[in-house]
Design a protein around this ligand. Structure first.
Ligand code: ASP
Ligand code: MG
Length: 475
């Protein structure tokens, strides 16, 4: 088999965990062709983003010294433990030094100039992945697996210039193939590729959006016609809901692309919402696997094979959201709608859910709590005596997802009757024509209880499936 494996976040949090992940690669590389994608070590991308902002807003040379020292310490420690061969390790430490030198200069430049462009921000964010790839690759070489560390750009991930959310160009598939195919088939080398980052045609580093290393993995898999993508995590797979809310939550062995996308959009941290695009058309399955339970089957995301029993398959909860209400939009409704969404996009407000009632000409938009004030501010200009813009705080959104809902009558009825019986008031409802998902908003204090009620109502706790060892966290 040809498998693209992605390691990231907590599964590569220190030297031991990196060494462990490298040993997993060695195990599977015996009988398979493996391409590895790494994201940054846990917490590093966040710290880079914070550093960029800090250097932009103040003279920060003292901070920069400490920050670089801390990054050096973390990556040195990881390399010392994970890269066992001393000749390889020296090379890796050397590489870390050169990268952090470069980063220090960039941060100083930003601090002196007080200028941070989206291009330089992407450049700064790229360091997390660029630091980990040589360590991971060195760890593989130390245990006898031939390997080379490559940047996303080296591997052929060429993108447009939309820094912060760059889109891969359509022609990259053949470029990726021509660059990686000889390594993996002829030379039997395991490439370790930086996830999340790409490069423009003229050589500037771009990023694919936070969490984008999943997308790197699926792009590579599509280009290389891989048999599967494995996203390694510290949990067994996708759960019916967050076990912290419902302890009886269980592992879902199989889920369709569509369902996984709906769940990711509604708060379940399964994978980057755009990551499934490259593999869907080619029907390449994506498997979520647990580094602590590598022989478990995990969850497979693949073309739908849903049974009618899977009416509601999973429930997600987003707890920190608010609602923007635009009322009285009258006869200009379509125009106002267009305006609203254009402005929200311009100000980078992430829209989670929308609902419109035609009788009262009312439009309700659920956004992240952190975006609520901004959203209200940028939409205030619509107010004219008739049109009013207001907000509702302390809201939670619950989303019930399952392809079996499509065409099954009475699902919405069951959802809302169960809530009604339990005296949970529903503030807003939305279901699109795909019918894969019914989402609704309740007061924040009712959120968790609503999830429990529905988990019970649809018998999600009862089905007997494998052992669940850890949870999939919801945001
Ligand atoms: N390291 C990047 C991030 O934290 C990319 C990723 O994790 O996939 O967003
Ligand atoms: Mg990350």
């Amino acid at each position: 088999m040809r498998i693209v494996m992605k390691f990231g976040g907590a599964s590569v949090k220190d030297g031991e965990s990196i060494a462990h992940c490298a040993s997993l690669v060695r195990k599977y590389a015996k009988d398979n062709e493996i391409v590895v994608v790494v994201s940054a070590m846990a917490g590093i991308t966040d710290s880079l983003q914070h550093a960029a902002q800090k250097c932009f807003s103040e003279q920060a040379s003292g901070f920069i010294k400490l920050f670089i020292a801390e990054l050096t310490r973390k990556h040195y420690e990881a390399a010392k433990i994970a890269v066992k061969d001393s000749t390889v390790r020296d090379k890796v430490l050397n590489k870390i030094d050169r990268l952090l030198d470069e980063l220090e200069k960039v941060l100083l430049g930003i601090s002196y100039l007080g200028e941070l462009t989206r291009r330089s921000e992407d450049y700064i964010l790229s360091f997390g992945e660029r630091l980990l790839a040589p360590i991971f690759s060195g760890a593989l070489m130390s245990i006898g697996v031939e390997s080379v560390a490559l940047s996303g750009g080296d591997a052929g991930i060429i993108t447009d210039r939309n820094f912060g959310r760059a889109k891969p160009l359509p022609e990259i598939y053949s470029i990726i193939r021509s660059r990686l195919e000889p390594l993996i088939t002829l030379k039997k080398i395991v490439p370790v590729i930086t996830g999340f980052i790409g490069v423009t045609e003229d050589g500037s580093i771009t990023t694919l959006g936070r969490g984008g290393s999943d997308l790197t993995a699926t792009l590579l898999a599509a280009a290389l016609s891989a048999n599967e993508v494995w996203l390694w995590k510290e949990v067994d797979g996708v759960m019916t809901t967050d076990p912290k809310i419902v302890p009886e939550a269980r592992l879902i062995p199989e889920i369709s692309y569509q369902e996984a996308m709906e769940l990711s959009h509604f708060g379940a941290k399964i994978l980057h919402p755009r990551a499934l695009e490259p593999v869907m058309r080619r029907r390449i399955p994506v498997r979520i696997k647990n580094t602590f339970n590598p022989d478990g089957e995990g969850t497979v995301i693949k073309e739908s094979s849903n049974s009618v029993e899977d009416i509601v398959k999973a429930l997600s909860l987003i707890e920190r959201v608010g609602i923007i209400n635009i009322s009285g939009a009258g006869f200009d409704f379509a125009e106002i709608m267009a305006d609203v969404f254009e402005r929200l996009a311009e100000y980078k407000v992430n829209v989670i859910m929308v609902s419109q009632s035609s009788s009262e000409l009312n439009l309700s938009i659920v956004v992240d709590e952190s975006d609520l004030e901004k959203a209200e501010r940028v939409l205030k200009y619509l107010e004219n005596g008739i049109v009013k813009v207001s907000n509702v705080r302390d809201v939670a959104v619950i989303s019930a997802v399952g392809a079996g809902m499509a065409g099954t009558p009475g699902v919405a009825g069951r959802i809302f009757s169960a809530l009604g019986r339990n005296k949970i008031n529903v503030i807003m409802i939305s279901q699109s024509c795909s019918e894969y998902n019914v989402s609704f908003a309740v007061s924040k204090t009712d959120g968790r209880r609503a999830v429990k009620v529905l988990h019970d109502e649809f018998g999600l706790s009862k089905k007997d499936v494998g052992q669940v060892s850890a949870s999939l966290s919801l945001r």
